[in-house]
Design a binder for this molecule. Structure first.
Ligand SMILES: O=P(O)(O)OC[C@H]1O[C@H](O)[C@H](O)[C@@H](O)[C@@H]1O
Length: 431
């Protein structure tokens, strides 16, 4: 994997990062790297995520899912970091990503329609919750369990659970003697893609989780005391510097359909880790070339408050564009779709640079298990680096707790500070 920061430099973009600023930042990267390395060495909370490439044992995951590997489908019941990593991996690597269905919301129509469409007797259930107490996950699991029971399908034969050792989900594991995979110690859910939290569906679909971990290990080996030698740190340092200069939005725009969900996974990682103390970039999700026809206008000619991150694999499938005798289409003659997509990528980066809008390019050798592992690990390392540079608490998410208490209070009917605030929330209805 390599990172190209050319379109983010001060002589090109405004906001832009000056090279002398990068040199000054590089000294801070060296210090941050020492902190990160020590945190990994001690297995400290959060930093332990960067040890997953060597800590995660794929054979343990494969053994746990062995009873359900004949299933045609797997439905993941989880939310946030307990679903996004898993769906990013199968979307990127599975020949048939439709075999992995995700229930990471409590929309009744969606749940009803999704379960009605699945051959339940041929669908494994992957329940994931680090805390084992998340309302959406538990509510969805109870609905899934009843749906299987009503259909006369023994859900206990089809279920794998990844959760901690306590909580309602762990009790359910005990009650029904279900296969349980532990969640990695000291790793927040959004950093747990390279563990059982993110790899169970991939193992059920028999994807190359070993290659994914090996690619992540290669990115781990690339971490060093200088951003000039480490693509992950270079990316994090440039994002930090651009945010300091006013780029409060980071539009992540992979030029590969199979990486569309990577932008969703990145959004949680970036927003929940770095959105603290009044700072943090808003991760916008986009897809190239599709969103050149929807958002590029804003990125190029809107406020100078954003940066764009484009991602692509160098290698692409070969799908030639058929010859045609229409003169107006002569430019397509002899081209293939990958060349067109790459031309659009190059044009987008140049267009942004020409308009003085900062962009950072991330290129993978190819989009395979190794390449994806490298990308996921690098983004996690970049996030942790930005947290060090911004001196924030990267690994917790206190701001989400208020909403959880309010929702629970509303459902239980008890009156709490939160439910009173909900009842008195500002309202100005226009009918
Ligand atoms: O894995 P769980 O404990 O069910 O948590 C699922 C998600 O919900 C929490 O509220 C946090 O916002 C996320 O960081 C977490 O990934």
């Amino acid at each position: 994997m390599h990172v190209d920061i050319g379109a983010a430099l001060g002589e090109v973009a405004e906001p832009g990062v000056d090279e002398d600023e990068l040199d000054a930042l590089d000294e801070r990267v060296a210090t941050a790297h020492e902190t990160i390395a020590a945190g990994r060495e001690n297995g400290d909370f959060g930093y332990a995520a960067l040890n997953l490439p060597e800590e995660t044992d794929p054979s343990v995951i494969r053994e746990a899912v062995e009873p359900v590997t004949d299933a045609e489908y797997v439905v993941t019941v989880g939310i946030g970091g307990s679903a996004l990593g898993a769906k990013t991996v199968t979307a990127a690597l599975a020949d048939r990503p439709d075999r992995h269905v995700i229930l990471d919301n409590v929309d009744p129509e969606h749940i009803e329609r999704t379960l009605a469409a699945l051959p339940l007797e041929d669908t494994a259930i992957n329940v994931v919750s680090k805390s084992g107490t998340t309302a959406e996950t538990l509510a969805n699991f109870l609905v899934v369990r009843e749906t299987y029971e009503d259909a006369g399908v023994d859900w206990t034969e089809l279920t794998v659970v990844t959760t901690g050792e306590s909580g309602p989900l762990a009790q359910l594991v005990e009650e029904h003697d279900l296969p349980r995979l532990p969640v990695p110690d000291g790793v927040p859910g959004r950093f747990a893609a390279l563990s059982s939290v993110g790899l169970v569906p991939a193992a059920i679909l028999d994807l190359d989780i070993e290659g994914l971990l090996s690619g992540a290990g290669a990115a781990a080996d690339d971490l060093g005391p200088s951003l000039y030698d480490s693509p992950a740190y270079a990316y994090g340092a440039v994002c930090y510097a651009l945010e300091e200069r006013g780029a409060g939005v980071n539009a992540v725009m992979p030029y590969a359909e199979r990486l569309e969900l990577f932008a969703e996974w990145f959004a949680q990682l970036w927003a929940e880790s770095l959105g603290k103390d009044g700072r943090g970039q808003t991760p916008a999700r986009a897809l190239g070339a599709t969103d050149q026809h929807s958002q590029l206008q804003l990125y190029r000619a809107g406020p100078r408050d954003k940066m764009v991150t484009v991602v692509r694999p160098r290698e692409r499938a070969d799908v030639p564009v058929p010859e045609t005798d229409h003169d107006s289409l002569s430019y397509l003659s002899g081209a293939d779709l990958g060349q067109l997509l790459d031309a659009e990528y190059d044009a987008t980066v140049a267009s942004l640079a020409q308009a003085g809008r900062p962009a950072v390019e991330i290129e993978l050798e190819r989009l395979d298990a190794e390449g994806l592992g490298e990308l996921l690990f690098a983004m996690e390392a970049a996030t942790i680096l930005v947290g060090e540079l911004a001196d924030i608490e990267t690994f917790t998410q206190p701001a989400v707790e208020w909403g959880k208490r309010a929702a629970r209070g509303l459902l239980s009917g008890e009156e709490t500070e939160e439910t009173k605030t909900v009842a008195e929330r500002p309202s100005y209805r226009i009918d």
